[in-house]
Design a protein around this ligand. Sequence first.
Ligand SMILES: Cc1cc2nc3c(=O)[nH]c(=O)nc-3n(C[C@H](O)[C@H](O)[C@H](O)COP(=O)(O)OP(=O)(O)OC[C@H]3O[C@@H](n4cnc5c(N)ncnc54)[C@H](O)[C@@H]3O)c2cc1C
Length: 469
Amino acid sequence: MNPEFLAKLVRALGRDTVITDASEIEPWLTDWRGVYKGGAQAVVRPTSTQQVADCLRLCNEYRVPVVPRGGNTGLCGGATPDASPSNVVISLDRMNRIRSIDTIANTLVADAGCILGNLRRAAEAEGRLLPLSLAAEDSSQIGGNIATNAGGVNVVRYGMARELVLGIEAVLPNGEIFNGLQTLRKDNTGYDLKQLFIGSEGTLGVITGVALKLLPLTRVRSVVLAAVNAPLQALELLRSLYGRCGARLQAYEFFTDECLGLVLEHVDGLQQPFESRHAGYVLVELADTTDEVALQSLLEEVIGDALENGLCEDAIVSASLSQLQTLWRLREEISEAQRADGPHLKHDISLPIERIPEFLVTAEQRLREVVPDCRLFVFGHFGDGNLHYNVSRPAGADRAWAKEWEGRVASAVFSEVADYGGSISAEHGIGQLKRHEFHHHKDPMHIRLMLQIKQIFDPNSIMNPGKLL
Ligand SMILES: Cc1cc2nc3c(=O)[nH]c(=O)nc-3n(C[C@H](O)[C@H](O)[C@H](O)COP(=O)(O)OP(=O)(O)OC[C@H]3O[C@@H](n4cnc5c(N)ncnc54)[C@H](O)[C@@H]3O)c2cc1C
């Protein structure tokens, strides 16, 4: 801690922007899951890009580590400072202004601290769709979504956050403002530097503004929950849906019966959807700009054929908005149910889609050689090849199990992922959680280039130390 630095920071930004009281700082020092805890000398809550710049310039001058924080819903500890008491956490929560919405160019420009759900609703009020959607959308911020290149439930149709970004405004560690906040659809003028901030997890600078693409609003939605006897059935059902529903396929989610059991145990107001239990479930959403009747009959026809052709075992097609929302809750409440169940070892992995069924068999064999009686919870964005392959303590074991087994379980899961040509992080990023595995599995040449880029942007290494690199 450096009193001179702190005094200058308070003088530059004002008392209402810089929190220094230990008890007030405390809530900013842990992650959403409660797995990590860090230290900080101050939390800064700027209200403008210029204030972010003033803060970073001072931090750089005094070599003070900076941890950018969005909505703190990240699952890899990226927004939680390390143990050093000299950190400064910079929270974007007060930078929450929508700067413009253009319904001809179909763009939205906003401060990075805007809550994703608020942006989605603002776009919808203008008759447009911001398709980035995730269970944490009412607390995560668009700056955090871009810093993690978030995925979510609509990637199968619209792609990851990266594909929606037209422009970025960011503050570099030396206080310079990178003004790439343009809304042009076309700009082939050399290296596209804004891309470097997407997925950078706060290691290159602080994102302060974003320009996003908007799409036609899908006003009508139809959902089916299909029961499957094995992941192979889920794969064949996906193939059939792609062929018959085309771009209307908006979400294709999968969860095993173990996940359903956990949700029913920990979440109020939900019931077992089918008369009997099945090995797994697929939640499919179709969406279109118009013609609810046509969409519903398409889904009923496709699912009817799937049942006849053995591509699923049973199915419930949503008949009302409230039923649609209830079916979605069975999928979206899994993370909350896991949190209530106790620490889960989370592996957000990505695989070649057609190899998922085979992977699930061999990965479980490999895992059970290490820890035979663990409990396995697999769910995720099957249509994108993205599984949350989560492992929890055996029945009867205490909560300390996760810490003790973390390394061995991760090593088994990620080695199997590598054998299949997959990725150890599909959408959550690296943060502090996967730093070790990242260095182990990533091509050394890629890491060298990343370190060189980091050196150019942040020569004094003040940005989010201990994360990613
Ligand atoms: C219930 C639940 C469901 C989820 N579902 C999904 C899902 O489907 N898909 C998915 O991809 N993720 C999902 N997540 C993870 C999480 O919501 C995303 O990673 C999200 O994008 C994080 O945004 P945030 O604002 O909360 O960022 P934070 O958690 O605050 O930060 C995440 C990282 O971004 C950096 N950062 C934050 N803001 C900025 C900024 N302005 N400038 C520079 N760096 C910044 C931080 O330093 C940190 O490294 C889920 C999380 C929960 C709790």
